[in-house]
Design a protein around this ligand. Structure first.
Ligand SMILES: [Zn+2]
Length: 467
């Protein structure tokens, strides 16, 4: 049994577990791209000539599924195992957003090449010394990612495991199990009772837990179920092999701490924004990140705020119901708003004569799904323009849902945030089938104004009548 753990500052790369049996090889997770997956396969071939017969995708995130095609090329007939909801999410999100992510990477390459060509960084600093080295290294990495994304072929899971699947290989037993939701709605873990090894997928991520699509309360119970396994070796989704439960316990306690803070804030009637402000728990943060700057940035982008948001919304049945059923309010002819009560989340749909514009500051994937459902119910016209009003970082996953469904949509933002979007620096006037639309930059956010309808759409997709 082997683990392949890439050590890279540049890429988010999932761990791989390799189980060599008498006649075949069983693999857990397939890396973030074809190039890395091929490197993993080259390592497997150094270890054994036996064929890989099964690859588990523990969940749908890119860094665990984009290498599938390399396994399909290398081992004809290989089967891909996933929870049925993960299979669906791989198709609807991970793979559907390839074109969108490809555009982002292409823009990155262009931007980085620009720094080298002009000799000037974005803040005006001259490109030399350590900065130049960093730019060149990152550029090489982005070019590789671009090649990977251009060569993409969808290789989708072939075996559904909604609950448990057990493989017997001589004395060895391999259990593929769904122990509950957490990191996503379809997390599988792989447990080997004889060797007492468990591969957790991204239910456990080191050094900082990952919570963008998380089910906050279920996550705690699922971690308890994982820790109830009599394992002595733990392979997390990212990070080193662990020999005890201390890190998993630390993650669980952190989640419990934030849940308690959010519950208290919610009981006192605090809004989501107030709750975000209040529930910081700096001592928990320090225990994960110390003085390490990239870890701090990761914690503040992908753990605390998304965990707090999801925990807050889970406590609000109205919000959860709103996402389930996506109630849509009509503001004017062809103008609809979908927003969760009390939350900053929402989107406004402008149905024009030939196409659709969506104005949103969505940050969570569940809301984006509801948005896509609502748009489809409202109209069959294509979304041609996405206006992102907020400037928050974790919008990417939610935007990818919309872009995955409407890949041709142009994205307008107020931030230069390394994307292929059109950046609105002042005012952008759009005339869509006779309707006048003004996209106005206000500090780091965008506001959409519809002068003839007297409507103003602000952060969170909130639609207000102008006085
Ligand atoms: Zn991952």
């Amino acid at each position: 049994m082997h683990a392949i753990i890439y050590n890279s500052d540049l890429d988010v790369e999932g761990n791989t577990l390799i189980v060599i049996n008498d006649d075949d090889v069983f693999v857990v997770d397939a890396n973030a791209g074809i190039t890395t997956a091929r490197a993993t396969i080259a390592e497997i071939r150094k270890l054994t000539p036996k064929p890989v017969r099964y690859v588990v995708n523990t969940h749908w995130h890119d860094d665990h599924v984009y290498g599938n095609q390399a396994y399909a090329e290398a081992y004809p007939g290989v089967q891909f195992i996933a929870h049925p909801l993960t299979r669906q999410d791989i198709v609807d999100h991970a793979f559907a957003s390839n074109g969108f992510v490809l555009d982002l990477i292409a823009a990155d390459v262009k931007r980085l090449e620009g720094y080298l060509e002009t000799g000037k960084y974005r803040d005006g600093r001259p490109v030399e010394g350590e900065l130049e080295t960093r730019i060149r290294t990152y550029l090489a990495n982005r070019r590789e990612a671009l090649v990977d994304r251009q060569a993409f072929k969808a290789v989708v899971p072939t075996i559904d495991v909604p609950d448990t699947m057990t493989l017997k290989r001589g004395a060895r037993e391999i259990q593929v199990r769904f122990l509950g939701r957490g990191n996503t709605r379809g997390d599988l873990v792989v447990y080997l009772p004889v060797e007492r090894i468990v591969a957790t997928g991204d239910l456990v991520v080191y050094p900082v837990p990952y919570a963008t699509n998380v089910y906050a309360r279920d996550w705690v119970q699922t971690l308890d179920a994982v820790m109830a396994l009599p394992a002595t070796t733990v392979l997390p989704g990212h990070g080193p092999v662990m020999r005890d439960w201390s890190y998993v316990t630390k993650v669980k306690n952190a989640i419990v701490g934030y849940l308690a803070g959010v519950t208290e804030a919610k009981t006192q009637g605090l809004s989501l924004a107030q709750t975000q402000e209040r529930v910081q728990l700096p001592e928990i943060r320090t225990s994960f990140v110390g003085e390490n700057e990239p870890r701090r940035a990761g914690y503040d982008a992908f753990f605390r705020p998304t965990l707090v948001r999801n925990a807050w919304e889970e406590l609000d049945p109205a919000v959860m119901r709103a996402y389930e059923h996506a109630p849509v309010r009509r503001f004017a002819d062809g103008i609809y708003n979908l927003s969760a009560p009390g939350g900053a989340e929402g989107l406004t749909v402008l149905v024009n004569e030939k196409d659709v514009m969506v104005v949103t500051s969505l940050t969570i994937v569940q809301a984006a799904h509801a948005g896509v459902r609502a748009i489809r119910e409202l109209t069959s016209k294509p979304v041609k323009h996405l206006v992102l009003t907020g400037a928050e970082a974790p919008q990417k996953a939610a935007v990818a849902v919309l872009k995955g469904t409407y890949p041709e949509a142009v994205v307008s933002t107020a931030t230069t945030a390394d994307s292929a979007s059109s950046v609105v620096t002042e005012v952008l006037s759009v005339r869509a089938s006779g309707r006048e639309i003004r996209i106005v930059r206000v500090k780091d956010a965008l506001v959409v104004e519809l002068p003839s309808e007297h409507l103003r759409i602000t952060r969170g997709g909130t639609t207000e009548r102008q006085k």
